[in-house]
Design a protein around this ligand. Structure first.
Ligand code: AMP
Ligand code: MG
Length: 342
């Protein structure tokens, strides 16, 4: 199985600035990468004002926030609230405020997209183990059995307490937590007076403000291409982009590729003609969840769904590397822009 990360925590801190005497009049660029949520997370800040904020410290505090959120949502960490809830034997558990917010969002999103997204898929996801070192193809019987625990109506909320009525229900936030964390990090950085920057949490990108007074140019990873190889560039500002793809986390057995995204109705990894779906919207929690849901829906239904939603756009890349755009996007060469300049 292809793993995109190493277990060693890599921390890169790069500052681009010119020493005195240089003619450079652009922003000072601060960028740092660290591993959270099992994936490289990068914060980049463009400092145009050169004021007295200590941007290194602000970025580090941002990573502390990511560390805290990671601990809340990791269902394999025995100390996490999600672990406690998943092992609460049908009893009410008081949960962290962030988790409560995400559970409410996830339950309603699962209800509205019940053929493509389900936050209660934990037992099925664990059976396949695709994001682990030991993925396997489970027996049909095991899958059918695990599917008995995935009804999202099992989630009951009372004040700040949550219970999983069916004690076998297991919540999995793999398709939401990074999106939620991206929004939380953006909120924090803006509060700390960062006016221009990019956050990239493993496929979830959000931009702050503008770049040199104009749009950011965000590259879309070419599916199955080299890491960092772009297929298209999206020009946008103050937007979130999330990509769900079958090309990064998967395992292969007897020539068949099993991606880490599960069809919630069958309990099997999706079998699809799509390589990736990138969703563009205002909030990363929305784009993260929708990108996963849309790749499950497939091109025809997925594009119909997006075109009905306000302020949401999507880029579908199929198995021929052909691009399909929702109604409000247009393409010139490799550049994707908005038809109505939102
Ligand atoms: P993403 O990388 O955002 O597409 O999310 C994929 C992760 O979400 C997987 O690793 C699982 O933890 C979880 N997941 C997989 N399939 C689904 C699904 N249909 N609905 C909700 N979560 C899913
Ligand atoms: Mg997603």
């Amino acid at each position: 199985m292809k793993r995109i990360i190493s277990l060693i925590i890599i921390t890169i801190f790069i500052t681009s600035l010119c020493a005195c005497g240089c003619d450079y009049d652009g922003p000072i660029i601060y960028t740092k990468t660290s591993i959270y949520f099992d994936t490289p997370c990068t914060i980049t800040v463009y400092d145009y004002d050169n004021d007295d904020i200590d941007i290194y410290d602000t970025i580090d505090e941002g990573f502390v926030l990511l560390g805290k959120l990671e601990k809340v949502f990791d269902k394999n960490d025995k100390k996490s609230d999600v672990y406690k809830l998943n092992h609460s034997n049908g009893k009410f558990v008081k949960v962290d405020d962030n988790l409560l917010k995400v559970i409410k969002y996830a339950k309603s999103f699962s209800k509205n997209n019940n053929d493509s997204f389900n936050v209660c898929l934990g037992s099925v996801i664990d059976l396949w183990g695709i994001d682990t070192e030991h993925p396997r193809v489970p027996a049909d019987k095991e899958i059918k059995n695990a599917l008995k625990s995935v009804d999202f109506n099992s989630i009951k909320i009372k004040g700040k307490k949550v219970k999983l009525k069916n004690k076998d229900t297991c919540l999995d936030f793999g398709a939401i937590a990074k999106g939620f964390a991206t929004d939380a990090l953006k909120k924090f950085l803006v509060k700390e007076r960062i006016t221009s920057g990019i956050i990239d949490l493993g496929g979830n990108i959000t931009t702050i403000g503008s770049k040199d007074g104009g749009n950011f140019k965000i590259g879309i990873q070419k599916p199955f291409g080299k890491k960092g190889q772009r297929s298209y560039i999206v020009e946008c500002r103050n937007k979130s982009l999330s990509t769900a793809g079958i090309y990064e986390r998967y395992f292969k057995q007897r020539g068949k590729l099993y991606p880490h995204i599960i069809n919630p109705l069958t309990g099997y990894p999706i079998s699809t003609d799509l390589y990736s779906v990138t969703v563009i919207g205002d909030k990363s929690i929305t784009t993260d969840t929708l990108s996963t849901a849309l790749i499950v829906s497939g091109l025809k239904d997925g594009i119909k769904k997006v075109n009905k939603l306000d302020d949401i756009d999507a880029i579908f890349i199929d198995k021929y590397q052909k691009v399909h755009l929702s109604n409000n996007l247009k393409i010139t060469g490799n550049n994707i822009t908005f038809k109505n300049n939102k």
